[in-house]
Write a protein that binds this ligand. Structure first.
Ligand code: SF4
Length: 290
């Protein structure tokens, strides 16, 4: 698992549905600029894919962290945040962005060490999102390892949340839901798939394709019974955005004028990665800082 070369770009988890590498519209976006991603729930701070690119590295370490004040900020959504190659950048994020943001967050599929969990547990405004999909055969990671991570996160008292990202109709095996419930997870979020025929048709069975063909890389979440599976496991559907608001982290609030100024500055560096309109993403981004 996680065989990677030191200078490999991308992500060692190598999901066959990855929006960063397998979906043209997204890949083109990230090929232009990488440092900031923006959606309705979070702002994401990305280290450079090529750590030997000294200009990009300088841009990362000199980014005005103050612009994250009062926000919810994630680390590295163009790879896995816990890929050891980024440990130095992760530590920089944890040590610095945690001081100005309401919440800092990592979304992962990695199996991480107890040493790292120990460090994360000491950061009160840190949140862990574990992406668990039931798609082991198209990911370089296993469901059992993600269940183990979610269990250890509980043991370390880390506020963690599972997310099915993406759910693929006819393919995702959701039998892990009962294990999550037994561990004490009550809520889960579910996201759809962006389908690219060229990169995904070779592994997707016909029974699934019917939901995704001709969907032009829009995010698709078919109603094929996943909701019922969540409720019969005794769990509740909750969006990540709503989960963050249950425990809103550090008591840092900007006035509206400053929040707007900061968001306008961030936009100069950012790709908007939401399926919602840019206008709604910008509004949500301002609101998070108030
Ligand atoms: S873990 Fe995320 S970034 Fe890595 S390959 Fe999978 S979808 Fe892409």
């Amino acid at each position: 698992m996680y065989k990677y070369q030191k200078n490999q770009y991308g992500c060692p988890v190598q999901c066959k549905y990855c929006v960063i590498t397998k979906v043209d519209s997204r890949r083109n976006m990230w090929n232009k600029k990488t440092i900031i991603g923006l959606n309705k729930a979070v702002t994401i701070f990305n280290p450079p894919p090529n750590l030997e690119d000294t200009e990009s590295l300088k841009e990362f370490y000199e980014f005005p962290i103050e612009l994250f004040r009062g926000d919810i900020v994630g680390f590295n959504a163009i790879s896995d945040p816990f890929w050891p190659k980024y440990r130095k950048e992760l530590d920089y994020f944890l040590d610095n962005v945690s001081k100005v943001a309401k919440i800092i967050v990592c979304v992962t599929k990695f199996k991480i060490s107890d040493e790292l969990l120990q460090k994360l547990s000491k950061i009160p405004n840190f949140r862990l999102n574990v992406s668990i999909t039931g798609l082991d055969f198209i990911e370089n990671t296993k469901t059992k390892d993600r269940l183990d991570l979610l269990k250890r996160a509980k043991d370390f008292n880390i506020k963690a949340f599972p997310i099915i990202h993406p759910y693929i109709a006819g393919l995702s095996d959701l039998s892990f839901l009962k294990d999550l419930k037994n561990m004490g997870y009550q809520q889960i979020d579910v996201k759809g798939l962006r389908y690219n025929k060229e990169t995904m048709s070779s592994w997707m069975p016909e029974k699934s394709k019917k939901y995704y063909e001709n969907t032009q890389e829009h995010e698709i979440l078919p109603e094929d019974g996943w909701r019922e599976k969540i409720s019969s496991a005794g769990m509740e559907l909750k969006s990540l955005k709503d989960w963050y608001s249950i425990d809103p982290g550090q008591d840092i609030h900007l006035n509206e004028k400053t929040a707007e100024k900061y968001v306008n500055k961030i936009l100069k560096y950012a790709n908007i990665t939401s399926s919602d309109s840019n206008e709604n993403v910008i509004k949500a981004s301002i609101k998070r800082r108030l």
